[in-house]
Ligand binder design. Structure first.
Ligand SMILES: [Zn+2]
Length: 381
């Protein structure tokens, strides 16, 4: 990108109407923009790929603080973008990349698939960049963001100094130059995040719906829907029936599922409901584009196998630590035939935090985390 257009980019940001942000919050956003501009080049945080006519996936490159993917739907005169990453600077970088690689059309809708910070902490950037745009979520997600958002954001930022200390210790005892460089990069990215996120506010969605919302555009119809609980209590998907593409947030992606805030007993039914839609490709919240509708069934089968194992263990009074000793990637039927390798390979490729561990360690960790989350959340209703 040329420097004059970078200045233009910043001028456009600064000229935007500031609505609803305090002075301190404005200062934090201005600082984020200035930092993004002061770099020789905005960092390439995404790889943008065309998924169908007018639909693009921005697949997030690995970072110390993980960013979600964005799904970009190009309407006749404007854009709908799904999810907003872990920091405003990532949104500025994405929009600059969209301008360069896809279109100059303005952002009119931003969808937050769920409340998690790696999907919502960048929302203030959209609010200041495109003050007239609608930020859309399920009513459940908005309620959770209003109640839990500020505390969750504070916890996410407060955790970073401890993580930097840990990374510094590991850098000090690194065995190779590559390892040292890796830890240094993780530290630098964590520090930049910390610096940026002080005083960034939680930006709440301003358009909500309970179950369905249809956007009618000359280019295509977009169906937004809540199809049941899963990864959280409020996840929604965006479906384009004419182009047979779904953006699914963290309900369905190419990483191991994240079940910590989830409803494991509801999730398979929610995936079954998604499976009833007629689609060919899925832009998930993390990892590469899912190129086959079979991926929805594979993830459902995997969750159902974990549920069966946990149900039996609970019935027999088997504690989690004993269960962890017998359940491994090799013992799970649904991970055989390539699905386990696929998930672990995708994590390995797109998550910078696992840079130093092997694919089989990634798989073992995925199964261990999933099993314990299903066990802990099994009674959740
Ligand atoms: Zn999430």
């Amino acid at each position: 990108m040329h420097s004059h257009s970078r200045r233009g980019f910043l001028a456009r940001m600064m000229g935007a109407v500031w609505s609803g942000a305090s002075l301190l919050e404005r200062a934090a956003l201005v600082a984020a923009q200035a930092r993004a501009q002061s770099r020789a080049q905005l960092p390439t945080l995404f790889e943008i790929e065309k998924v169908a006519d007018g639909i693009y996936a921005a697949v997030a490159n690995g970072r110390a603080l993980i960013n979600c993917n964005a799904a970009i739907f190009e309407n006749a005169n404007d854009l709908l973008i799904v999810d907003a990453h872990s920091a405003p600077s990532a949104v500025y970088a994405l929009v600059a990349q969209v301008r360069k690689e896809i279109t100059q059309k303005p952002v009119r809708y931003v969808v937050a698939t769920h409340l998690h910070g790696d999907h919502t902490q960048g929302l203030p950037a959209y609010r200041s960049m495109a003050p007239g745009a609608s930020i859309i979520a399920s009513a459940r997600t908005r309620t959770m963001m209003a109640e839990l958002g500020p505390a969750r954001l504070k916890a996410a930022v407060d955790a970073v100094p401890g993580s930097i200390e840990n990374l510094s210790r590991r850098r000090a005892s690194a065995k190779t130059a590559e390892e040292r460089a890796y830890f240094q990069e993780m530290i630098d990215q964590s520090r930049a995040f910390l610096e940026e996120m002080r005083n960034v506010p939680v930006e709440l969605p301003d358009v909500t719906f309970d179950d369905h919302l249809t956007l009618h555009d000359k280019a295509h119809e977009l169906h937004l829907s809540f199809r049941g609980r899963g990864h959280t209590a409020g996840d929604i998907v965006v479906y384009c029936p004419s182009k047979k593409v779904i953006a699914s947030g963290d309900l369905l992606h190419s990483f191991f599922p994240t079940i910590g805030d989830g409803y494991p007993r509801d999730w398979p039914g929610t995936l079954r409901s998604i499976g009833e839609l007629e689609f060919q490709k899925v832009i998930g919240g993390h990892g590469g584009v899912l190129e086959s509708p079979a991926r929805a069934r594979q993830m459902r089968d995997y969750l159902e196998e974990l549920l069966e194992i946990v149900a039996r263990a609970k019935h027999d009074g088997v504690p989690l630590d004993r269960l962890q000793q017998t359940i491994t990637p090799a013992s799970l039927k649904t991970l055989q035939g390539g699905y386990g390798d696929y998930l672990a390979g995708e994590v390995k490729k797109h998550d910078f935090r696992v840079y130093l561990i092997t694919q089989s360690e990634v798989m073992a960790r995925g199964v261990r985390d999933n099993l314990s989350a299903v066990y802990r959340n099994y009674e959740r209703a």
